[in-house]
Design a protein around this ligand. Structure first.
Ligand code: AQP
Length: 332
């Protein structure tokens, strides 16, 4: 991967079964970006352990997430697909960057505040320094763009601040990345509590749709989706449930919000929810079929992440060597 095109880095934690939020906010765009950019797509298992994980589940999910990337259309011939813990450079760079990050910056991160409320029994240092490891993930590859949902914007901004600071002290070394947020579906909300984002680790299974949910389950979740009582299908801040369903529909059918609003003009909520459910079922069908096929081909999956690890190590070591040199470490 010699750099001729702009470079992209993005990743998802194997902290649960992937949700429709992960798909619309991230993976769907990754697939579209593969032809125009040099892409690195990672399964960020090191981030996942900031919350307590059962080892056997983490192992299984890491491979399942990888297979879902591939099943959604991430092409390992075009993009580098790898597992974060297979490139030790991320942790090494993270240490250097942590010495260039202020405690105050980290304490402002909303994800830390939210997750420490959710996991009061395990507010570990990794949860606090998570954004530094994420900055290392991105900066190790000199990524230009980071396609993420809106919830990760604050972390990408911190990565930019860290890169700028490093460059200021040590001279131009790190590319300052930009967030790439989708136009539609940048923030998919819970189907049960539409004021909160849809999250794969939501304890309420009706709040989120899994990419691998069967059609009946998907339809049931949409039928139960929380809306409001005025029976008008329009996007507005006062109508978070309806707006969310419109965003989901627009994202999976590649329509604009206005087109979707026009399509449902005058229709009732019952029909609307059914139509959204059906659109999601049919958008996920090819992914699910391909996932089933890949689950039977372990050798292929292993070949993909091994090849990915080789490329990731090669590229990130180049950055790490530069960084070590700039800060005054003796070359090996
Ligand atoms: N609801 C969402 N809407 C749009 N994009 C979303 N993403 C996640 N949820 C939504 C995007 O998916 C990518 C991967 O996120 P992550 O797994 O690294 O962590 P997260 O943002 O904390 O996602 P979850 O699902 O909420 O995970 P848990 O429950 O484990 O914390 C990112 O690009 C994110 O923006």
């Amino acid at each position: 991967m010699e750099q001729t095109k702009k470079r992209i880095f993005s990743g998802i934690q194997p902290s649960g079964d992937l949700s429709l939020g992960n798909y619309i906010g991230a993976i769907k765009n990754w697939v579209n970006l593969q032809d125009d950019y040099e892409c690195l797509y990672c399964i960020v298992d090191m981030h996942a352990i900031t919350v307590r994980q059962t080892p056997a589940d983490l192992r299984r999910r890491t491979l399942e997430v990888l297979m879902q990337y591939l099943a959604a259309g991430v092409d390992p011939e075009k993009s580098c697909v790898f597992i974060q813990s297979h490139a030790s450079t991320h942790a090494e760079l993270s240490w250097v960057l942590s010495c260039n990050t202020q405690m105050g910056e980290l304490s402002r991160m909303t994800q830390f505040k939210e997750k420490s409320k959710k996991h009061e029994d395990n507010i570990n240092a990794g949860l606090f320094t998570y954004p530094i490891l994420m900055a290392a993930d991105i900066l190790a590859y000199q990524a230009d763009l980071v396609p993420v949902g809106h919830d990760q914007l604050q972390h990408v901004e911190l990565a930019r601040d860290i890169a700028n600071r490093f460059n200021h002290f040590y001279g131009d070394t790190l590319t300052v990345p930009e967030a790439y947020i989708p136009k539609v579906g940048k923030r998919i909300m819970s189907l049960q509590t539409p004021e909160m984002k849809m999250s794969k680790s939501d304890p309420n299974p009706n709040g989120f749709v899994r990419l691998l949910d069967d059609p009946d389950t998907i339809m049931r979740k949409f039928k139960r989706a929380v809306t409001d009582s005025d029976n008008v299908i329009k996007a507005s801040p006062e109508k978070p449930g309806v707006t969310n369903l419109l965003s989901i529909y627009s994202a999976v059918t590649n329509k604009t919000m206005e087109e979707s609003e026009r399509e449902f003009d005058g229709k009732g909520y019952g029909d609307f929810k059914l139509a959204v459910g059906e659109a999601v079922v049919s958008a996920l069908k090819p992914l699910q079929t391909e996932f089933d096929r890949l689950s039977k081909d372990k050798a292929y999956v292993e070949a993909v992440y091994k090849k990915g690890a080789e490329m990731a190590n090669y590229l990130s070591n180049r950055t790490l060597r530069k960084v070590y040199k700039k800060i005054g470490f003796i070359a090996k």
